[in-house]
Design a protein around this ligand. Structure first.
Ligand SMILES: NC(=O)c1ccc[n+]([C@@H]2O[C@H](COP(=O)([O-])OP(=O)(O)OC[C@H]3O[C@@H](n4cnc5c(N)ncnc54)[C@H](OP(=O)(O)O)[C@@H]3O)[C@@H](O)[C@H]2O)c1
Length: 102
């Protein structure tokens, strides 16, 4: 059975990961988390610059936490450098782990 993957962030790293997940038969993209409001609702494949994948990009943390998935690939800008809360990444990753994902 393919591992169910959530990609968190769709910049240079996230787009490459999304394309690689789509390419591999042992991985399935379940969700793409984005920050840019213009990307919300776009097909994840289009965000990554490849063909349509049938997964809509979201900025809903609640939706991601509720999703049944195996693994989150966390690749945003670091909250130690960007944003108002340096511990934001730590809090997000703890919440993702608590929701049963690795
Ligand atoms: N590029 C590399 O070669 C490389 C190598 C090693 C490590 N890294 C690290 O990997 C991470 C991603 O790098 P990248 O090259 O993909 O960066 P990037 O192309 O500049 O993309 C920026 C990413 O951060 C997201 N973002 C936007 N606003 C944010 C916010 N307020 N807080 C957190 N994230 C925000 C973007 O969201 P959207 O998805 O909505 O665009 C996008 O996913 C960084 O932490 C970088 O230091 C990168």
């Amino acid at each position: 059975m393919a591992y169910r993957i959530i990609q968190w962030g769709s910049g240079n790293v996230g787009a490459q990961v999304t394309a690689e997940v789509a390419r591999r038969s042992d991985l399935t993209l379940k969700a793409l988390f984005v920050y840019n409001p213009d990307k919300v609702g776009m097909d994840a494949g289009r965000v990554a610059g490849i063909g349509k994948l049938g997964v809509k990009a979201t900025n809903s943390v609640e939706q991601i936490l509720a999703l049944d998935a195996d693994c989150v690939i966390h690749a945003p800008l670091s909250s130690l450098v960007y944003g108002d809360d340096p511990e934001a990444d730590l809090k997000t990753i703890c919440a993702l782990l608590a929701s049963g994902k690795t």
